[in-house]
Each structure stands twice: as structure tokens, then as C-alpha cells.
Write a protein that binds this ligand. Structure first.
Ligand SMILES: [Zn+2]
Length: 134
């Protein structure tokens, strides 16, 4: 787990009126909030990206649909997340999709991009990550 000041710009890169939104008022609401859960698939996707940046395995597992989540989650050492771009998103009453590109650099310095079309479902009032297609 990597620490982050609540006042720091949110790792997910969210902006409001052209300015970075703080971690405290963005993904921190869900990662560190006792009660609050991400209200939309896009918010959940952004918060899961931030959870990867901050290596918050419990949050990632808790927001992963039980039928699809791994038993445990390990983070590759030395990985640096470089940014997130949400390309598009859509939502119905209980399903959602988010198409995103994340950029990452591994410990050897090699950069790559991860593009995924993620699927989400609403269960018992909480959005959960189902799976993703490249
Ligand atoms: Zn955020």
C-alpha cells in the first residue's frame, strides 16, 4: 500500500473546470470512505485505477464481482502508473460499460498501455467490476 495525501491531485486524473480534483474529494471518497460507494460505473472504474496506483488490494477485491475476482491480488514491484484516460462510458439501470486506456511503466522502464472495455453490474445497490475485454 502506497500512502497519498488527501490534498494531492487524485491519481485518476479527474479534473473539474480545468483543475485537478483532490484525492479527498475524488476516489478517496470511496477508497477511504466508510460508507460511501462509487455511484456510477465510471466512478468505480476511476477508483479502481486509483486503487491499483495506491496498491489497495482489499478495495480492488471488494469491488470485484465474486464470480470473477481472484482469490488474492499481488502488485508487480516497481510499476509506475502514468495516467488514465476514459474514452467512453454508458450505463443502464443495472449494467455499465467503461472504455479506458491506462498507461503504465514497469520496473525495467518499459512503458505500455492497457486498453479495456470493462463491464460493471449493480448488485444490492453497489456497482461491481465484472470483467473486461481488451
Ligand atoms: Zn479519482
Amino acid at each position: 500500500m502506497r500512502p497519498l495525501s488527501l490534498a494531492a491531485p487524485c491519481p485518476c486524473g479527474q479534473t473539474h473546470a480545468g483543475r485537478p480534483v483532490s484525492f479527498a474529494s475524488c476516489c478517496g471518497l470511496y477508497l477511504d470512505g466508510e460508507q460511501q460507494t462509487a455511484p456510477t460505473p465510471q466512478a468505480l472504474m476511476r477508483s479502481r485505477y486509483t486503487a491499483y496506483v495506491l496498491e489497495r488490494a482489499p478495495y480492488l477485491l471488494a469491488t470485484w464481482h465474486p464470480d470473477h475476482r481472484p482469490v488474492e491480488l499481488a502488485f508487480e514491484p516497481g510499476v509506475k502508473w502514468l495516467g488514465l484516460e476514459v474514452r467512453s462510458f454508458s450505463q443502464s439501470d443495472n449494467t455499465g460499460r467503461v472504455h479506458f486506456v491506462a498507461r503504465v511503466r514497469d520496473a525495467s522502464g518499459k512503458a505500455s498501455r492497457i486498453e479495456e472495455r470493462s463491464r460493471f453490474v449493480l448488485e444490492s445497490g453497489r456497482w461491481l467490476y465484472l470483467d473486461g475485454l481488451a
